[in-house]
Design a protein around this ligand. Structure first.
Ligand SMILES: Cc1cc2nc3c(=O)[nH]c(=O)nc-3n(C[C@H](O)[C@H](O)[C@H](O)COP(=O)(O)O)c2cc1C
Ligand code: SF4
Length: 443
């Protein structure tokens, strides 16, 4: 299967420098859908997005139209915030999307803002994305000049404003409530939920936070119709998916692919196989916060529901034989997350790789709640000594119990982001950890 497979929606203009300007974008039909959308009633737009099966591309895969429906109808002020903080290791699609097609994001935001009756709206962009920030600010200025943004847009009497705000390099500011605190000028720390942002968000007012890719799909849905968009996908997941592939493949990159593609197809047919003629050992399916897949679990589609429920994926254990329970009888397998696929070959020291992941989350914990602040540090410390063959006989039990103490006991999901991969690697690659401990015993 070549990388060109399938319909390109949000990446259709990749490589086309001219499309980044307003004139170039308009020449390709840009902002025509906006005229259609502004003539529609907000509730009809929400229903169209619901029917399209669009699911959030930021990580959790929550149904976008359903989330929009939570905003109270009578609220005097609503905000739409685009989450462009993209910091999950392995994920690098939003930066490409913004760079190549900034006006598609702006058009998607204006349409979505109309659906939500939101007037003052924001794009929160990761601070390190200097190049994308410049492209975006220029595009927003152009949209204001042409009357797509501002007061009385396109003579409809509607008002829509867009402010681009740069973050300062904290991973936690990608978590939506930390992002809102940061946008308000406070410390970027997550808020307790409920209340959810759709009820009480930015400045205490109802706010919808959506990922870049999510919002860029909205004009396409309104243009082509919800049924068409839903039909491109699989089950309850409509459209396509941006997949970022890094690690040990011949052709790493950012690919827009049909949702039914499996990991084996991705690695072998899209990315040219594992590099240097080696074999795949493990795959991180959706950013480093997701439990890994082993080599016999790769014939599964890269799709939200499949990755959570497919019987071919082994559930994650807390301790040998004891499965990780998500509640409601559901066992944790893995998740599609942010679309960041990391392929690991059979020459890699997996325990060292896990230590590196733990180091990241320990560094990025905001320190607000004890299980995460202390637990991520302990995971890093214990994992480091195991990786360096200085572990103690009980260390694997200790790692499992620390991870179990974090998951489900914190304010935000950064806790799980550290605990789940730890438990997942311990479950599926236990022998690698035991070999490190074994070397200590033998010494
Ligand atoms: C620690 C943490 C970091 C996150 N980072 C991002 C991010 O960089 N970009 C993003 O879109 N969502 C991120 N999320 C998810 C957001 O909280 C939120 O669910 C998402 O922006 C909603 O958009 P969607 O519904 O379009 O997916 C993160 C979540 C957590 C817990
Ligand atoms: S889980 Fe971690 S990152 Fe999230 S609020 Fe608690 S301490 Fe902060």
């Amino acid at each position: 299967m070549p990388a060109e497979i399938g319909t390109k929606l949000v990446s259709a203009k990749f490589g086309n420098e001219a499309a980044k300007t307003l004139a170039g974008y308009e020449k390709l039909g840009g902002y025509q859908v906006l005229r259609k959308a502004l003539a529609m009633r907000p509730e009809d737009l929400v229903n169209e997005v619901k029917a399209s099966n669009l699911r959030g591309r930021g990580g959790a895969g929550f149904a976008t139209g359903v989330k929009w429906g939570f905003v109270p109808k009578d609220s005097p002020a609503v905000h739409l915030v685009c989450n462009a903080d993209e910091s999950e290791p392995g994920t690098c699609k939003d930066r490409e999307l913004i760079y190549w097609d900034p006006h598609l994001l702006i058009e998607g935001m204006i349409i979505s803002a109309h659906a939500l009756r939101a007037v003052h709206n924001y794009i929160y962009i990761r601070g390190e994305m200097m190049r994308e920030y410049a492209v975006l600010v220029r595009a927003v200025e152009e949209a204001y000049q042409r009357g797509y943004l501002g007061k009385n847009i396109l003579g409809t009497g509607l008002e829509c404003h867009l402010t681009v705000h740069r973050g300062a390099g904290a991973y936690i500011c990608g978590e939506e409530t930390a992002l809102l605190n940061s946008l308000e000028g406070r410390r970027g720390q997550p808020r307790l939920k409920p209340p959810f942002p759709a009820i009480k968000g930015l400045f205490g007012e109802p706010t919808i936070v959506n990922n870049v890719e999510t919002l860029m799909n909205v004009p396409i849905i309104i243009d082509k119709g919800a049924q068409w968009f839903a039909g491109l996908g699989v089950g309850r997941s409509g459209g396509t998916r941006m997949i970022c592939v890094s690690g040990h493949v011949e052709r790493p990159g950012v690919y827009e692919l049909p949702i039914g593609v499996t990991f084996n197809q991705l690695i072998n047919e899209v990315c040219g196989g594992v590099w240097k003629g080696r074999k795949v050992r493990a795959v991180i399916p959706g950013g480093t916060s997701m439990p890994p897949l082993s080599v016999d679990e790769l014939d599964v589609p890269i799709e939200f529901d499949a990755l959570m429920t497919d019987e071919r994926i082994r559930p994650v254990e807390v301790r040998p034989g004891q499965l990780f329970d998500l509640g409601g009888g559901r066992q944790l397998r893995t998740m599609a997350g942010s679309g960041g696929v990391v392929v690991i070959d059979d020459h890699e020291d997996l325990v060292k790789a896990v230590w590196r992941i733990m180091k990241f989350y320990a560094h990025e914990s905001c320190g607000q709640c004890t299980p995460c602040r202390e637990g991520t540090g302990w995971l890093e410390k214990v994992c480091r000594r195991v990786a360096n063959e200085q572990g103690k006989p009980d260390d694997l039990e200790l790692l499992a119990s620390i991870a179990h103490g974090i998951a489900g006991n914190t304010i935000c999901a950064l806790g799980e982001a550290a605990a789940w991969p730890m438990l997942g690697f311990l479950t599926k690659f236990r022998a690698d950890f035991e070999a490190k401990i074994g070397k200590v015993r033998a010494a």
